[in-house]
Design a protein around this ligand. Structure first.
Ligand code: SAM
Length: 425
Protein backbone atom coordinates (compact mmCIF):
# COMPACT_ATOMS: atom_id res chain seq x y z
CA UNK A 1 0.00 0.00 0.00
CA UNK A 2 1.38 3.38 -0.99
CA UNK A 3 0.18 6.37 1.03
CA UNK A 4 0.76 9.99 0.07
CA UNK A 5 0.03 12.42 2.85
CA UNK A 6 -0.64 15.99 1.78
CA UNK A 7 -0.19 18.18 4.85
CA UNK A 8 1.32 21.49 5.89
CA UNK A 9 2.65 19.64 8.96
CA UNK A 10 4.43 16.59 7.53
CA UNK A 11 6.54 16.32 10.68
CA UNK A 12 3.34 15.44 12.58
CA UNK A 13 3.78 11.88 11.29
CA UNK A 14 7.40 11.39 12.47
CA UNK A 15 6.59 9.45 15.63
CA UNK A 16 3.56 7.77 14.12
CA UNK A 17 5.70 6.23 11.40
CA UNK A 18 8.60 5.34 13.65
CA UNK A 19 7.04 3.06 16.25
CA UNK A 20 5.17 -0.22 16.59
CA UNK A 21 3.70 -2.19 13.73
CA UNK A 22 3.56 0.87 11.48
CA UNK A 23 7.36 1.30 11.65
CA UNK A 24 7.84 -2.42 10.98
CA UNK A 25 5.47 -2.29 8.00
CA UNK A 26 7.34 0.68 6.52
CA UNK A 27 10.67 -1.08 7.06
CA UNK A 28 9.38 -4.30 5.49
CA UNK A 29 7.97 -2.40 2.51
CA UNK A 30 4.40 -3.52 3.28
CA UNK A 31 3.48 0.17 3.51
CA UNK A 32 5.22 3.08 1.79
CA UNK A 33 4.55 6.66 2.86
CA UNK A 34 5.33 9.91 1.02
CA UNK A 35 4.75 13.20 2.75
CA UNK A 36 4.13 16.27 0.62
CA UNK A 37 3.83 19.80 1.95
CA UNK A 38 1.67 22.11 -0.19
CA UNK A 39 3.72 25.06 1.09
CA UNK A 40 6.56 23.78 -1.07
CA UNK A 41 4.38 24.52 -4.10
CA UNK A 42 3.47 28.07 -3.07
CA UNK A 43 4.98 30.76 -5.28
CA UNK A 44 4.96 33.72 -2.87
CA UNK A 45 7.77 34.42 -0.44
CA UNK A 46 5.63 33.54 2.61
CA UNK A 47 4.60 30.14 1.15
CA UNK A 48 0.96 31.01 1.69
CA UNK A 49 -1.63 28.23 1.50
CA UNK A 50 -4.67 29.98 3.01
CA UNK A 51 -6.86 33.03 2.43
CA UNK A 52 -9.91 34.80 3.86
CA UNK A 53 -13.33 33.18 3.37
CA UNK A 54 -15.75 34.67 0.82
CA UNK A 55 -18.93 35.70 2.63
CA UNK A 56 -16.95 36.67 5.70
CA UNK A 57 -16.81 34.87 9.02
CA UNK A 58 -13.99 33.76 11.28
CA UNK A 59 -10.90 31.82 10.27
CA UNK A 60 -9.08 31.17 7.04
CA UNK A 61 -9.64 28.70 4.21
CA UNK A 62 -7.06 26.52 2.47
CA UNK A 63 -6.93 27.90 -1.05
CA UNK A 64 -6.85 26.00 -4.32
CA UNK A 65 -3.83 27.33 -6.27
CA UNK A 66 -1.08 25.64 -4.25
CA UNK A 67 -3.14 22.61 -3.29
CA UNK A 68 -4.16 21.87 -6.87
CA UNK A 69 -0.57 22.19 -8.09
CA UNK A 70 0.47 19.83 -5.29
CA UNK A 71 -2.12 17.20 -6.16
CA UNK A 72 -1.38 17.40 -9.90
CA UNK A 73 2.31 16.81 -9.22
CA UNK A 74 1.87 13.55 -7.29
CA UNK A 75 3.62 10.64 -8.97
CA UNK A 76 1.39 7.91 -7.49
CA UNK A 77 -1.82 9.46 -6.13
CA UNK A 78 -4.14 6.41 -6.35
CA UNK A 79 -7.52 7.09 -4.76
CA UNK A 80 -7.92 10.60 -3.36
CA UNK A 81 -9.37 11.07 0.14
CA UNK A 82 -9.86 14.26 2.11
CA UNK A 83 -10.11 14.17 5.89
CA UNK A 84 -13.15 16.21 6.85
CA UNK A 85 -15.69 16.25 9.71
CA UNK A 86 -18.33 16.56 6.98
CA UNK A 87 -17.16 13.34 5.32
CA UNK A 88 -18.38 9.77 5.18
CA UNK A 89 -17.76 8.24 8.64
CA UNK A 90 -14.76 5.91 8.66
CA UNK A 91 -15.79 2.34 9.47
CA UNK A 92 -14.06 -1.03 9.41
CA UNK A 93 -15.95 -1.75 6.22
CA UNK A 94 -14.54 1.35 4.53
CA UNK A 95 -11.06 0.56 5.87
CA UNK A 96 -11.35 -2.92 4.31
CA UNK A 97 -12.50 -1.41 1.02
CA UNK A 98 -9.57 1.06 1.02
CA UNK A 99 -7.10 -1.69 1.89
CA UNK A 100 -7.73 -3.23 -1.54
CA UNK A 101 -6.41 -0.09 -3.30
CA UNK A 102 -2.79 0.10 -4.44
CA UNK A 103 -2.34 3.72 -3.44
CA UNK A 104 -4.18 6.32 -1.38
CA UNK A 105 -3.63 10.06 -1.08
CA UNK A 106 -4.81 11.66 2.15
CA UNK A 107 -5.39 15.40 2.00
CA UNK A 108 -5.26 16.98 5.45
CA UNK A 109 -7.19 20.19 5.88
CA UNK A 110 -6.32 22.97 8.33
CA UNK A 111 -8.02 26.24 9.28
CA UNK A 112 -11.76 26.19 8.43
CA UNK A 113 -11.18 23.57 5.73
CA UNK A 114 -10.47 23.55 1.99
CA UNK A 115 -12.06 25.60 -0.83
CA UNK A 116 -15.06 23.47 -1.84
CA UNK A 117 -14.25 23.69 -5.57
CA UNK A 118 -11.67 20.96 -4.89
CA UNK A 119 -14.56 18.51 -5.41
CA UNK A 120 -15.20 19.90 -8.91
CA UNK A 121 -11.56 19.50 -9.87
CA UNK A 122 -10.80 16.05 -8.44
CA UNK A 123 -12.64 12.84 -7.73
CA UNK A 124 -12.00 13.09 -3.99
CA UNK A 125 -13.88 11.35 -1.17
CA UNK A 126 -14.31 13.22 2.13
CA UNK A 127 -13.83 10.93 5.15
CA UNK A 128 -14.57 11.74 8.79
CA UNK A 129 -13.13 9.94 11.80
CA UNK A 130 -15.97 10.94 14.11
CA UNK A 131 -18.55 13.52 15.03
CA UNK A 132 -16.13 16.00 16.53
CA UNK A 133 -13.89 18.72 15.17
CA UNK A 134 -10.10 18.44 15.15
CA UNK A 135 -7.76 21.34 14.38
CA UNK A 136 -6.39 19.56 11.34
CA UNK A 137 -6.68 16.41 9.28
CA UNK A 138 -3.33 14.95 10.41
CA UNK A 139 -4.52 12.91 13.41
CA UNK A 140 -7.55 11.79 11.36
CA UNK A 141 -5.21 10.73 8.55
CA UNK A 142 -3.16 8.74 11.07
CA UNK A 143 -6.36 6.92 12.20
CA UNK A 144 -7.28 6.15 8.64
CA UNK A 145 -3.78 4.96 7.71
CA UNK A 146 -3.57 2.66 10.70
CA UNK A 147 -7.01 1.14 10.23
CA UNK A 148 -6.30 0.52 6.52
CA UNK A 149 -2.72 -0.70 6.99
CA UNK A 150 -3.76 -3.33 9.55
CA UNK A 151 -5.84 -4.95 6.83
CA UNK A 152 -3.04 -4.96 4.26
CA UNK A 153 -1.62 -8.51 3.98
CA UNK A 154 1.67 -8.81 5.87
CA UNK A 155 0.99 -5.90 8.26
CA UNK A 156 -0.04 -8.01 11.23
CA UNK A 157 1.92 -11.06 12.32
CA UNK A 158 -1.09 -13.35 12.19
CA UNK A 159 -3.74 -12.27 9.69
CA UNK A 160 -6.46 -14.22 11.50
CA UNK A 161 -6.36 -11.73 14.38
CA UNK A 162 -8.15 -9.07 12.29
CA UNK A 163 -11.09 -11.45 11.72
CA UNK A 164 -11.83 -11.67 15.43
CA UNK A 165 -11.71 -7.96 16.22
CA UNK A 166 -14.53 -5.51 16.80
CA UNK A 167 -16.72 -4.87 13.73
CA UNK A 168 -15.21 -7.78 11.75
CA UNK A 169 -18.31 -9.86 12.52
CA UNK A 170 -20.57 -6.80 12.69
CA UNK A 171 -20.39 -6.74 16.51
CA UNK A 172 -18.08 -5.27 19.13
CA UNK A 173 -15.36 -7.58 20.35
CA UNK A 174 -15.52 -9.65 23.56
CA UNK A 175 -13.30 -8.57 26.52
CA UNK A 176 -9.76 -9.90 26.97
CA UNK A 177 -7.94 -11.08 30.11
CA UNK A 178 -4.37 -12.09 30.88
CA UNK A 179 -2.29 -13.15 33.91
CA UNK A 180 -2.54 -12.99 36.87
CA UNK A 181 -5.63 -15.14 37.22
CA UNK A 182 -6.68 -13.10 40.28
CA UNK A 183 -5.88 -9.39 40.58
CA UNK A 184 -6.93 -7.33 43.61
CA UNK A 185 -9.79 -9.75 44.23
CA UNK A 186 -10.90 -9.70 40.58
CA UNK A 187 -10.90 -13.17 38.99
CA UNK A 188 -10.67 -14.00 35.30
CA UNK A 189 -14.09 -15.30 34.12
CA UNK A 190 -14.06 -19.06 34.84
CA UNK A 191 -15.25 -20.04 31.31
CA UNK A 192 -11.94 -18.83 29.93
CA UNK A 193 -10.04 -21.22 32.21
CA UNK A 194 -11.86 -24.37 31.13
CA UNK A 195 -9.60 -25.03 28.13
CA UNK A 196 -12.80 -26.07 26.35
CA UNK A 197 -12.77 -24.36 22.94
CA UNK A 198 -16.52 -24.52 22.32
CA UNK A 199 -17.31 -23.17 25.81
CA UNK A 200 -14.78 -20.34 25.37
CA UNK A 201 -16.18 -19.47 21.92
CA UNK A 202 -19.74 -19.47 23.31
CA UNK A 203 -18.73 -17.24 26.24
CA UNK A 204 -16.95 -14.83 23.90
CA UNK A 205 -19.95 -14.67 21.54
CA UNK A 206 -22.27 -13.87 24.46
CA UNK A 207 -19.98 -11.14 25.80
CA UNK A 208 -19.67 -9.69 22.31
CA UNK A 209 -23.46 -9.62 21.95
CA UNK A 210 -23.91 -8.09 25.40
CA UNK A 211 -21.29 -5.35 24.83
CA UNK A 212 -22.85 -4.49 21.48
CA UNK A 213 -26.32 -4.35 23.03
CA UNK A 214 -25.22 -1.94 25.75
CA UNK A 215 -22.81 0.26 23.82
CA UNK A 216 -23.66 0.12 20.11
CA UNK A 217 -27.09 -1.48 19.51
CA UNK A 218 -27.15 0.33 16.14
CA UNK A 219 -24.64 -2.26 14.90
CA UNK A 220 -27.34 -4.94 15.06
CA UNK A 221 -29.00 -3.16 12.16
CA UNK A 222 -26.42 -4.62 9.78
CA UNK A 223 -26.06 -8.03 11.45
CA UNK A 224 -28.03 -11.25 11.08
CA UNK A 225 -28.27 -12.90 14.49
CA UNK A 226 -28.82 -16.62 15.08
CA UNK A 227 -31.74 -17.98 17.13
CA UNK A 228 -29.24 -18.72 19.90
CA UNK A 229 -27.97 -15.11 19.84
CA UNK A 230 -31.56 -13.82 20.02
CA UNK A 231 -32.45 -16.15 22.92
CA UNK A 232 -29.45 -14.80 24.80
CA UNK A 233 -30.20 -11.14 24.03
CA UNK A 234 -33.84 -11.45 25.09
CA UNK A 235 -32.71 -12.32 28.60
CA UNK A 236 -30.31 -9.36 28.93
CA UNK A 237 -31.85 -6.47 30.93
CA UNK A 238 -32.10 -3.31 28.80
CA UNK A 239 -30.75 0.04 29.93
CA UNK A 240 -33.82 1.87 28.62
CA UNK A 241 -36.85 0.04 29.99
CA UNK A 242 -40.01 0.35 27.91
CA UNK A 243 -42.16 0.35 31.02
CA UNK A 244 -41.23 4.01 31.66
CA UNK A 245 -43.23 4.92 28.57
CA UNK A 246 -47.01 5.00 28.36
CA UNK A 247 -49.02 5.96 25.29
CA UNK A 248 -52.14 8.10 25.66
CA UNK A 249 -54.60 8.04 22.77
CA UNK A 250 -56.69 11.18 23.05
CA UNK A 251 -60.12 11.39 21.37
CA UNK A 252 -60.86 14.85 22.69
CA UNK A 253 -59.96 17.66 22.70
CA UNK A 254 -58.68 17.11 19.14
CA UNK A 255 -58.90 19.04 15.90
CA UNK A 256 -61.82 18.14 13.64
CA UNK A 257 -61.97 18.23 9.84
CA UNK A 258 -63.31 21.80 9.84
CA UNK A 259 -60.44 23.02 12.06
CA UNK A 260 -62.68 23.28 15.14
CA UNK A 261 -61.87 21.57 18.42
CA UNK A 262 -64.04 18.63 19.46
CA UNK A 263 -64.22 14.92 20.19
CA UNK A 264 -64.07 11.99 17.78
CA UNK A 265 -65.35 8.44 18.15
CA UNK A 266 -63.26 5.59 19.36
CA UNK A 267 -61.98 3.10 16.76
CA UNK A 268 -61.82 -0.56 17.70
CA UNK A 269 -58.73 -1.09 15.54
CA UNK A 270 -56.82 1.71 17.27
CA UNK A 271 -57.42 0.12 20.67
CA UNK A 272 -56.27 -3.31 19.48
CA UNK A 273 -53.28 -2.22 17.45
CA UNK A 274 -51.83 0.30 19.89
CA UNK A 275 -52.30 -2.22 22.72
CA UNK A 276 -50.30 -4.73 20.66
CA UNK A 277 -47.56 -2.14 20.01
CA UNK A 278 -47.53 -1.36 23.75
CA UNK A 279 -47.12 -5.01 24.69
CA UNK A 280 -44.51 -5.68 21.99
CA UNK A 281 -42.31 -2.82 23.17
CA UNK A 282 -42.89 -3.55 26.87
CA UNK A 283 -44.64 -0.23 27.63
CA UNK A 284 -45.95 0.57 31.08
CA UNK A 285 -49.49 1.05 29.79
CA UNK A 286 -51.84 2.28 27.09
CA UNK A 287 -54.14 5.07 28.27
CA UNK A 288 -57.28 5.61 26.19
CA UNK A 289 -58.77 9.07 26.78
CA UNK A 290 -62.30 10.13 25.81
CA UNK A 291 -64.53 12.74 27.46
CA UNK A 292 -67.61 10.81 26.22
CA UNK A 293 -69.00 8.35 28.74
CA UNK A 294 -70.67 6.12 26.13
CA UNK A 295 -67.39 5.85 24.24
CA UNK A 296 -65.58 4.76 27.39
CA UNK A 297 -68.34 2.21 28.01
CA UNK A 298 -67.87 0.91 24.48
CA UNK A 299 -64.09 0.72 24.96
CA UNK A 300 -64.68 -1.13 28.24
CA UNK A 301 -66.86 -3.70 26.46
CA UNK A 302 -64.28 -4.24 23.69
CA UNK A 303 -61.47 -4.69 26.16
CA UNK A 304 -63.61 -6.84 28.47
CA UNK A 305 -64.54 -9.18 25.60
CA UNK A 306 -60.87 -10.02 25.03
CA UNK A 307 -59.62 -9.82 28.59
CA UNK A 308 -62.33 -11.76 30.42
CA UNK A 309 -65.02 -12.69 27.88
CA UNK A 310 -65.12 -15.19 25.02
CA UNK A 311 -62.08 -13.56 23.37
CA UNK A 312 -59.77 -14.73 26.15
CA UNK A 313 -59.89 -18.41 25.20
CA UNK A 314 -59.89 -17.59 21.47
CA UNK A 315 -56.77 -15.43 21.62
CA UNK A 316 -54.91 -15.17 24.94
CA UNK A 317 -52.12 -13.11 23.30
CA UNK A 318 -54.65 -10.41 22.54
CA UNK A 319 -55.84 -10.50 26.15
CA UNK A 320 -52.26 -9.94 27.25
CA UNK A 321 -51.96 -6.85 25.01
CA UNK A 322 -55.36 -5.45 25.97
CA UNK A 323 -54.60 -5.89 29.66
CA UNK A 324 -52.40 -2.77 29.24
CA UNK A 325 -55.42 -0.63 28.32
CA UNK A 326 -56.84 1.82 30.85
CA UNK A 327 -59.72 4.18 30.21
CA UNK A 328 -59.76 7.82 31.30
CA UNK A 329 -62.19 10.67 30.82
CA UNK A 330 -59.44 13.25 30.38
CA UNK A 331 -55.68 13.62 30.08
CA UNK A 332 -55.33 14.70 33.71
CA UNK A 333 -56.81 11.40 34.89
CA UNK A 334 -54.32 9.54 32.67
CA UNK A 335 -51.42 11.57 34.09
CA UNK A 336 -52.54 10.80 37.65
CA UNK A 337 -52.81 7.06 36.91
CA UNK A 338 -49.34 6.92 35.30
CA UNK A 339 -47.91 9.00 38.16
CA UNK A 340 -49.33 6.50 40.68
CA UNK A 341 -47.74 3.57 38.81
CA UNK A 342 -44.30 5.10 39.03
CA UNK A 343 -44.46 7.11 42.23
CA UNK A 344 -43.73 10.35 40.33
CA UNK A 345 -45.60 12.43 37.75
CA UNK A 346 -44.72 11.59 34.13
CA UNK A 347 -43.30 14.03 31.60
CA UNK A 348 -45.90 14.82 28.94
CA UNK A 349 -44.63 14.44 25.39
CA UNK A 350 -47.02 15.44 22.63
CA UNK A 351 -46.92 14.42 18.98
CA UNK A 352 -47.98 16.38 15.95
CA UNK A 353 -47.89 15.82 12.19
CA UNK A 354 -47.67 19.60 11.75
CA UNK A 355 -45.03 20.76 14.21
CA UNK A 356 -43.53 22.92 15.49
CA UNK A 357 -41.35 20.42 17.35
CA UNK A 358 -39.74 21.36 20.64
CA UNK A 359 -38.11 18.04 21.61
CA UNK A 360 -35.91 15.77 19.49
CA UNK A 361 -36.33 12.00 19.44
CA UNK A 362 -32.87 11.69 21.00
CA UNK A 363 -33.91 13.94 23.92
CA UNK A 364 -37.15 11.97 24.38
CA UNK A 365 -35.21 8.67 24.42
CA UNK A 366 -32.93 10.06 27.10
CA UNK A 367 -35.93 11.15 29.16
CA UNK A 368 -37.55 7.70 28.91
CA UNK A 369 -34.29 6.24 30.24
CA UNK A 370 -34.65 8.37 33.36
CA UNK A 371 -38.31 8.89 34.28
CA UNK A 372 -41.91 8.02 33.36
CA UNK A 373 -43.15 9.59 30.16
CA UNK A 374 -46.65 9.81 28.72
CA UNK A 375 -46.49 10.08 24.92
CA UNK A 376 -49.75 11.59 23.71
CA UNK A 377 -51.24 10.90 20.28
CA UNK A 378 -54.33 12.61 18.98
CA UNK A 379 -57.07 11.09 16.87
CA UNK A 380 -59.09 13.16 14.35
CA UNK A 381 -56.80 15.79 12.81
CA UNK A 382 -54.39 15.81 15.73
CA UNK A 383 -54.11 17.14 19.26
CA UNK A 384 -55.74 20.46 20.09
CA UNK A 385 -53.52 23.39 21.11
CA UNK A 386 -54.76 23.00 24.68
CA UNK A 387 -52.84 19.70 24.86
CA UNK A 388 -49.82 20.84 22.83
CA UNK A 389 -49.44 23.96 24.98
CA UNK A 390 -49.15 22.04 28.22
CA UNK A 391 -46.70 19.41 26.94
CA UNK A 392 -43.11 19.29 28.20
CA UNK A 393 -42.09 18.64 24.63
CA UNK A 394 -43.54 18.13 21.14
CA UNK A 395 -41.85 15.47 19.01
CA UNK A 396 -40.99 16.22 15.37
CA UNK A 397 -43.46 14.93 12.76
CA UNK A 398 -42.74 11.52 11.27
CA UNK A 399 -41.71 11.76 7.59
CA UNK A 400 -41.10 15.52 7.89
CA UNK A 401 -39.76 15.78 4.32
CA UNK A 402 -42.72 14.10 2.66
CA UNK A 403 -45.47 16.18 1.01
CA UNK A 404 -48.03 13.53 2.00
CA UNK A 405 -48.24 13.09 5.75
CA UNK A 406 -51.47 11.33 6.67
CA UNK A 407 -50.49 8.31 8.73
CA UNK A 408 -53.19 6.57 10.72
CA UNK A 409 -52.75 7.10 14.45
CA UNK A 410 -52.14 3.34 14.79
CA UNK A 411 -49.29 3.44 12.27
CA UNK A 412 -47.87 6.58 13.89
CA UNK A 413 -47.97 4.92 17.33
CA UNK A 414 -45.97 1.96 15.99
CA UNK A 415 -43.36 4.08 14.22
CA UNK A 416 -42.99 6.51 17.12
CA UNK A 417 -42.57 3.69 19.61
CA UNK A 418 -39.88 2.10 17.49
CA UNK A 419 -38.08 5.46 17.18
CA UNK A 420 -38.19 5.81 20.96
CA UNK A 421 -37.57 2.25 22.14
CA UNK A 422 -36.44 0.24 19.13
CA UNK A 423 -33.90 -2.50 19.81
CA UNK A 424 -31.27 -1.14 17.45
CA UNK A 425 -31.20 2.46 18.68
C1 SAM B 1 -10.90 22.99 12.29
S1 SAM B 1 -11.23 21.75 11.13
C2 SAM B 1 -12.43 22.49 10.09
C3 SAM B 1 -13.81 22.35 10.63
C4 SAM B 1 -14.89 22.86 9.70
N1 SAM B 1 -14.90 24.28 9.66
C5 SAM B 1 -16.25 22.36 10.19
O1 SAM B 1 -16.85 22.99 11.06
O2 SAM B 1 -16.70 21.29 9.73
C6 SAM B 1 -9.79 21.71 10.13
C7 SAM B 1 -9.51 20.38 9.46
O3 SAM B 1 -9.40 19.35 10.41
C8 SAM B 1 -9.76 18.11 9.83
N2 SAM B 1 -10.80 17.49 10.69
C9 SAM B 1 -11.41 18.06 11.75
N3 SAM B 1 -12.27 17.21 12.33
C10 SAM B 1 -12.23 16.07 11.63
C11 SAM B 1 -12.90 14.83 11.72
N4 SAM B 1 -13.80 14.59 12.68
N5 SAM B 1 -12.61 13.86 10.82
C12 SAM B 1 -11.72 14.10 9.83
N6 SAM B 1 -11.04 15.26 9.68
C13 SAM B 1 -11.28 16.23 10.57
C14 SAM B 1 -10.22 18.41 8.43
O4 SAM B 1 -9.17 18.11 7.53
C15 SAM B 1 -10.56 19.89 8.48
O5 SAM B 1 -10.42 20.47 7.20
Amino acid sequence: MHFTIVSIFPEFFDSFLSCGLMAKAVEAGVVAVDRINPRDFATDKHHTVDDRPYGGGPGMVMGLPTLVTTLRSLPKPGRLLMLSPAGRPLTQEIAAELATEEALTLVCGRYEGIDARIFDLFDITPVSVGDFVLSGGESAAACLMESVSRLVPGFMGKEASADEESFASGLLEYPHYTRPEMFEGLPVPPDLLTGHHAAIAAWRRRRSLETTLHRRPDLFDATILSDEDLDFLRAVPRARPGRNMHIALVHGPVLLKDGKVGTVSLTNLDVHDIARVSRTYGLGGFEVVSPLRDQLTLAGRIVGHWREGPGLAANPDRAEALSLVRLHEDLDAALVAVGKDHGQPPALIATSARGPATMSFAAARELIGKRPVLVVLGTGHGLADAVLDRADGILPPLRPFSDYNHLSVRAAAGILTDRLLGDIL
